[in-house]
Design a protein around this ligand. Structure first.
Ligand code: B3K
Ligand code: ZN
Length: 907
């Protein structure tokens, strides 16, 4: 391995910094082959560290050439310091400083870096024609020598010098305070950020950019200038992001009492970006895919993603920037909380129940898989080798669920008081998840001692619930057992504090008043929904005054990220599906029913029998469809937005995640069989509903319109399954005539996946037309790559390989890698897991290439191979062999090394 020093960093080894950097002045000279970075740092000993007499200063820095180093004006010679791969060390520091180190000294440093050659997209790099930065988590150390850790917070001033023609726009954090012209067509701009911040929030952009501008008036009547910077060709795709930003700013004032602090807020869109976006203070940098949107080029899903990512990054201004993380083990402090905040924002902007369904589906499929795999880690990890590998679904999504559970336990008012206290108490500080929980406890009086285990224990807890009705005593008992499977480094788990939101339904669907044994309250005034606090391994809850055996509605709203096992009959599931007051649980019951039916079919198929479909499921879908038709005619009662969700079968990935050994082909075959049967049985109703959902109204990304398009395209998907040529033509017609990308994209996907022989020429034509029409829109071309990568028919891998040589493909662009390679490996199970093993070899090949170019992307790409233990022995063997091949690469980055070695450990 190249990084022979790849070592594990432990939370228990954390110590406060011996030195702090009070002021940071940066000067960037940007040129075509290199950049010269001059820094002037005002450094002093950390006064809060008792007996601090540290006389050695070690700064982080890598991939740079040091030109000069001075302390208090005196030039140091190469004998005065040591340079290693990742650091610069100055010993006997006090001998260079002009006064005591407690008083502080000025360190001036000039380094040369090569942004043009930086393909890791971390630090300062070039994306197409512009310079930009990505510093979180540890990218700043690729810009200049520094104390690159979040508990070192400093006030930054930044001057950027560059060619005026090529880079007319020069941006950094805060307010621009001065600018001027220089010789040789160069110019400069200086920026000052008055808020102390860690260097991971530093940002710089230089490019030929245009912007749209708007104003937001805050709750205290301050006018904030809002600007979104893009390349000229994208100016027509900024309005949705701007509207989303203004909504987010208002929402954070109203829901969390958080006002924006600077006078200007900027967003810049860049094409080459490792993740979605970055919350740099006052200067958010976005992947184009998370900011650009217009109806012709952007699907509903992407519109919603723009709204939520813009909000997420904006919300970080408080949850992340004003109050930041002490160290990277605390990452979920800002990410979990901010995901929770953006999810609630999206719920308020659109359909709350659909948002919850989407979130939970994602969590149960992807995060649960992570929590059951070799990279499983707690929401607050104890150790890591490469922090970039810990921007995970556990930190983000499970972290958000942990915050949601705190709100479940505290109630909304106490939760708000807790967040107010947290922001007030820790404003300007770098803190820990423990500080967050303490604020919640102090504001509410609630004891969260046991709850803290959610931060330290990995793995998905299981709740096994059984019930018992006693007719003579009129009591109903829920017996709850909790457990959590072992995860790497954690064989034993302690019981967790789990909020279990629930209700009981009588035979008529009425919600029963809930009085627990031992409660004082009277039945008449009792609530019909409660949050049970499960704290013990085995715990019994007995409800009084229950006159007949009820049907329990458990884990409403998915009140905890657990796997629930309750032996619910299919008839009871049908009952909950239609009668429960909780929209989420109605959907959940529908899913559980479909899962039960599919699993039964799978068992039959595996035994060589013809799978049988439980007619109750077919009828239930018919009932939903008929209500949907009534609804579309204005007579129904259903939550419009939930219909498409109710009509969608559980995904292959979710079905796989539920299996002990994932039968890739079996799951695909029986799920397709079920979908085909539903399509054949209900063709007419699907057709009627498809027609009723058509609309001539101009495109709008509001919740109802999105829901209607989703429902319409869900119907079309079933109709195309019938393989009747007529429906293929309708689909091809929608592809050509639709006025928005959502409908075009849906039709294209269906044409590509149709098994009808007549689809063949239509498919080829559609793909050619689509590329022809959209070749100049990079994000649309990504979609074009993806639809081809996820086609389940044989030969797709060859097609993917061919597309990698297409003029539009570029392995250095993460969006392209995600669109083609990741899409194939993660969303095309039957082809990726083909028994030839070619899919695995292909993935390993790409990881080996990307490991040298962009380690973060390479490590992430490996994920599907890390799940090798979930498959049959033949596949396990093939997958493991490819992991071993990757591991044997002598030049492995820390990122890939960590993932591959943990995946193979204990094998
Ligand atoms: N905080 C960034 C993620 C940075 C990832 C660095 N590898 C975006 C976000 O979560 O808002
Ligand atoms: Zn974030």
């Amino acid at each position: 391995m190249r990084d022979a020093q790849a070592r594990t960093i432990f939370l228990k080894d954390y110590t406060a910094p011996a030195f702090l950097i009070e002021k940071t002045e940066l000067h960037f000279d940007l040129e075509e082959t290199q950049a010269r970075v001059s820094s002037r740092l005002l450094i002093g000993r950390n006064p809060e560290l008792a007996g601090n007499d540290q006389d050695t200063l070690q700064l982080d820095g890598q991939d740079m050439v040091l030109e000069s180093l001075r302390i208090d004006g005196t030039e140091l010679t190469s004998d005065d310091y040591e340079i290693a791969d990742e650091s610069l060390t100055i010993r006997a520091l006090s001998s260079f400083a002009s006064q005591s180190l407690d008083e502080g000294f000025v360190l001036e440093c000039v380094t040369l870096i090569k942004p043009q050659e930086n393909t890791s997209l971390e630090g300062l790099y070039k994306s197409r024609t512009m310079f930009c930065t990505q510093c979180e988590a540890e990218g700043f150390r690729k810009i200049t020598y520094y104390l690159d850790r979040p508990d070192v917070m400093s006030v930054f001033t930044t001057t950027i010098v560059a060619d005026k023609q090529r880079y007319p726009v020069l941006l950094s954090n805060g307010n621009d305070i001065a600018r001027g012209d220089l010789d040789n067509d160069r110019h400069w701009v200086s920026w000052e950020d008055p808020f102390r911040k860690p260097c991971y929030l530093f940002a710089l952009v230089a490019g030929d950019l245009r912007h749209i501008e708007d104003t937001f008036t805050t709750c205290t009547q301050r006018d904030i200038s809002l600007r979104i910077f893009v390349e000229e060709k994208d100016l027509d795709k900024c309005d949705h992001a701007m509207a989303s930003l203004k909504h987010a700013m208002r929402w954070d004032e109203e829901v969390y009492g958080r006002e924006y602090d600077l006078d200007i807020f900027m967003i810049v869109a860049v094409d080459d970006f490792n993740m979605g976006a970055m919350e740099n203070k006052g200067l958010n940098i976005f992947n184009t895919s998370c900011v650009l949107a217009n109806p012709a080029t952007t699907t509903d899903l992407a519109f919603q993603r723009v709204e939520s990512v813009v909000a997420h990054e904006y919300f970080h201004n408080w949850s992340g920037n004003r109050v930041t993380c002490r160290d990277w083990f605390q990452l979920s402090l800002k990410e979990g909380f901010t995901v929770f905040r953006d999810a609630e924002f999206s719920a308020d902007m659109g359909s709350r129940s659909v948002k919850r369904v989407e979130n939970v589906s994602f969590l149960r499929t992807a995060q649960f898989a992570e929590d059951a795999g070799p990279m499983a880690h707690p929401v607050r990890p104890d150790s890591y080798m490469e922090i970039s590998n810990f921007y995970t679904l556990t930190i983000y999504e499970k972290g958000a669920e942990v915050v949601r559970m705190i709100r479940e336990l505290l109630g909304p008012e106490n939760f708000r008081a807790g967040s107010d206290l947290y922001f007030e108490r820790h404003d300007g500080q770098a803190v820990t998840t423990e500080d967050f929980v303490c604020a919640m406890e102090d504001a509410s009086g609630m004891n969260l001692t046991q709850f803290r285990r959610w931060y330290t224990q990995a793995g998905t807890p299981q709740l096994k619930i059984s019930d018992n009705y006693d007719a003579s005593a009129q009591t109903y008992e829920l017996l709850v057992r909790q457990s959590c499977p072992p995860t790497p480094d954690q064989s034993h788990k302690e019981p967790l504090h789990i909020p279990l939101r629930m209700g009981l339904l009588d035979a008529d669907g009425n919600e029963l008043p809930l009085v627990l044994d031992g409660d004082q309250g009277a039945l008449a005034t009792a609530p019909t929904e409660r949050v049970l606090e499960v704290t013990r391994e085995v715990q019994s809850f007995v409800f009084k005054g229950i006159r007949s055996k009820p049907v329990p509605s458990l884990l409403r709203g998915f009140s905890a990220p657990v796997k629930l096992y309750f032996d619910c009959s299919r008839d009871d599931l049908l009952f909950i599906m239609t009668r429960d007051s909780d929209g989420f649980n109605r959907w959940s019951a529908a899913q559980d029913l479909a899962v039960a039916v599919i699993q039964e079919m799978l068992t039959q198929q595996q035994a060589g029998e013809q799978p049988q479909i439980d007619v109750r499921l077919i009828n239930a879908v018919g009932d939903v469809l008929r209500s949907a038709v009534d609804d579309a005619r204005g007579a129904g009662e259903l939550d419009q937005a939930m219909l498409a969700q109710l009509l969608s079968l559980p995904s292959e990935a979710y079905l796989g995640e539920l299996s002990d050994e994932i039968d890739v082909d079996g799951i695909h075959v029986v799920r397709e069989m079920l979908a085909d049967t539903l399509a054949a049985t209900h063709t007419e109703t699907f057709a009627e509903l498809y027609a009723l959902c058509q609309s001539d109204a101009p495109y709008s990304p509001d919740a109802l319109s999105i829901a209607r398009r989703a429902l319409k395209n869900c119907c079309l998907a079933y109709l195309v399954r019938t393989q009747e040529p007529g429906w293929l033509e309708v689909c091809a017609g929608q592809f050509t005539d639709a006025g928005n990308m959502t409908d075009v994209d849906a039709a294209l996907r269906l044409l590509i996946n149709s098994r009808a022989p007549e689809a063949e020429p239509l498919r080829a034509q559609a793909l050619a037309d689509f590329y022809q029409r959209w070749q100049h829109e990079s994000l649309v071309v990504n979609q074009w790559f993806s639809v081809q990568a996820i086609a389940s028919r044989p030969g797709t891998l060859q097609q993917v390989k061919a597309l990698m040589t297409h003029e539009a493909f570029d392995i250095r662009n993460p969006n392209k890698v995600r669109a083609l390679i990741s899409a194939f490996c993660n969303m095309n199970a039957v082809n990726f897991h083909d028994l030839s093993g070619e899919g695995y070899t292909f993935l390993a090949d790409q990881v080996i290439i990307l490991n040298r170019l962009n380690p973060q992307i390479a490590a992430r790409l490996l994920t599907p191979l890390t799940r090798w233990k979930r498959y049959n022995p033949a596949r396990q063997h093939l997958m493991k062999a490819q992991l071993e091949r990757v591991q044997a690469d002598p030049e492995l980055s820390k990122d890939v090394y960590e993932v591959v070695s943990k995946s193979l450990k204990s094998s």
